[in-house]
Design a protein around this ligand. Structure first.
Ligand SMILES: C[S@@+](CC[C@H](N)C(=O)[O-])C[C@H]1O[C@@H](n2cnc3c(N)ncnc32)[C@H](O)[C@@H]1O
Length: 484
């Protein structure tokens, strides 16, 4: 039956434009992804009645995949399925598909055409008012849609929203909110929620109610969704409503979305779900060892009175303060293009390399810093790309400034700058950062949470690097000597 649903979903796709579907964050799960997601549930065949939820059901692909599996496993009891879908264009198709589903598999279907988020009650401590509002298995491919701060969905779930959130994690949280005790939720979602301050309250909510049992990662982005090129890195996550934390999390990954050659790895729960509340996506032993090595360290930059900060200037908003040539009172302004082969090369003759301002907040002390590029491209082989900035090379300026595409760490001595350079240029830290954050941005809050060695060790590493050539190989040698 799934094939038939996929067929009529494709007919729908050809009749509706992409921009119309974008309004609802609508893209459909491929057949193989739907089957895989359905296979992740541990179905209790002993119970008399199974309640299912598919919120943002589209044409019902996920519901059909799950119900086919449950019936094929021999389950004879009652199945009650609730689907939420509020795009009036697809509702007739969904209704037709649910009718066919009932006919073939005997399913009581409730099709709810209201907004899934605004029609529910959200509680930070979920209290299920009526049994009929709780579900045993929840499957979903939620809409990916950025919401404004004032969106009505954000008001309903303000406790877990920070800034302008994305609809997909509101769907995840609302699902958790109505998961029966022992119930399971399998969602296909972007990877972005696993780190970052925007999702912090959501992660806290997730981990105070559920545990993660399995994660599936796609190594390539093709074909995960039916006929759609999706740029976000995507994952499937399975969580369970229980207080019993498993020892291990099953992490599967496939190089293609055909789900052949799936690799399987059981990672320690406490390595994947960090004490800092971030989720580290490890797929093999080598990666887990990277986590273990770094997590053994007990300091962070802030605990050593240091901090990574984001550059001060949004250059295109401050054109009147920028200068191409030196003028009396102007200070150097550093962009990420000035970070070159581990050093800071300035000036380069690019426009706006000086800033003339009376605003104190646009300037910083001219002292020693480690500069780190905030943005790198997917093709570049390193996420953490650093440059050593020493004030002695830029004499005559009391202040300097940095564009917001540069992150910086102020350091009390040159040795510390070199030490941090060795650390953050090592393969160990680059790999650690990639496990923490799948995007190409280097986020200072996250770097400030990464464990680092003591100041004494950082100074020693710096002294060693100062005596040799500054390159990745030497940084690796030094880091491997000091961090076992
Ligand atoms: C990413 S699509 C997934 C469709 C289907 N579950 C699948 O996997 O093929 C998300 C669906 O959620 C629907 N949707 C978006 N916002 C919604 C809301 N607030 N309440 C209910 N449905 C919503 C969209 O119309 C769309 O059909």
């Amino acid at each position: 039956m799934l094939e038939q649903i996929i067929g009529n979903t494709e007919a729908f796709l050809s009749a509706v434009t992409r921009s119309e579907r974008k309004k609802y964050g609508q893209f459909f799960t491929s057949e193989l992804s739907a089957i895989y997601m359905a296979s992740m549930f541990e179905i209790n065949l002993e119970t008399d009645c199974i309640r299912l939820l598919d919120a943002g059901a589209g044409s019902g692909i996920l519901s059909v995949a799950l119900i086919e599996r449950i019936r094929n496993m021999g389950y004879k009891g009652e199945i009650i399925l609730t689907c939420f879908e509020n795009d009036h264009k697809i509702i007739p198709l969904l209704a037709e598909n649910l009718k066919a589903l009932d006919k073939k598999y005997r399913v009581t279907c409730h099709l709810r055409t209201e907004n899934y988020i605004t029609s529910q009650q959200f509680n930070l401590q979920p209290v299920l008012v009526m049994d009929s509002e709780a579900y045993d298995y929840i499957i979903g491919n939620p809409p990916y849609m950025k919401l404004g701060k004032d969106a009505k969905e954000v008001q309903v779930m303000s406790e877990i929203c920070h800034g302008a959130p994305n609809m997909y994690f509101l769907f995840m949280a609302m699902g958790i909110n109505s998961l029966n005790w022992g119930g399971e939720l399998v969602y296909i979602v972007p990877r972005s929620w696993t780190s970052g301050a925007y999702f912090e309250a959501f992660r806290r909510y997730l981990f105070s109610n559920c545990v993660i049992e399995q994660i599936h990662l796609f190594e390539s982005r093709d074909k995960v969704f039916n006929s759609e090129p999706i740029l976000q890195e995507t994952m499937i996550i399975k969580v369970k409503n229980t207080k019993a934390k498993p020892k291990k999390i099953l992490i599967t990954s496939s190089s293609t979305s055909d789900f052949d050659n799936i690799s399987t790895y059981y990672a320690d729960y406490d390595n994947v779900v960090g004490k800092d509340g971030y989720v580290y996506l490890v797929t093999d032993e080598k990666q887990e060892n990277v986590l273990k090595r770094v997590n053994r360290l007990t300091n962070t930059l802030p605990s050593l009175n240091m901090k990574m900060c984001t550059g001060l200037i949004v250059d295109f908003r401050l054109k009147e303060e920028l200068r191409d040539q030196y003028e009396d009172g102007a200070c150097p302004l550093f962009y990420s293009s000035h970070i070159k082969n581990g050093t800071v090369v300035w000036p380069q003759g690019r426009p706006g390399e000086y800033i003339l301002t009376s605003k104190r907040t646009h300037l910083q002390k001219n002292t020693n810093y480690l500069f780190v590029k905030r943005l790198t491209s997917k093709e570049e082989h390193r996420r953490l790309q650093c440059g050593i900035y020493l004030s002695k090379h830029f004499p005559g300026y009391r202040h300097i400034s940095t564009q917001n595409k540069v992150n910086f760490i102020m350091c009390e001595t040159e040795e510390v700058v070199y030490g941090l350079y060795a650390l953050f240029t090592s393969t160990l830290y680059d790999e650690y950062y990639r496990l923490l954050n799948g995007s190409t941005q280097v986020n200072s809050t996250e770097v400030n949470s990464i464990p680092v060695p003591s100041k004494e060790i950082i100074r020693n590493m710096g002294r060693e690097l100062m005596k040799t050539e500054i390159n990745e190989t030497n940084c690796n040698k030094i880091t491997d000597r000091w961090i076992k």
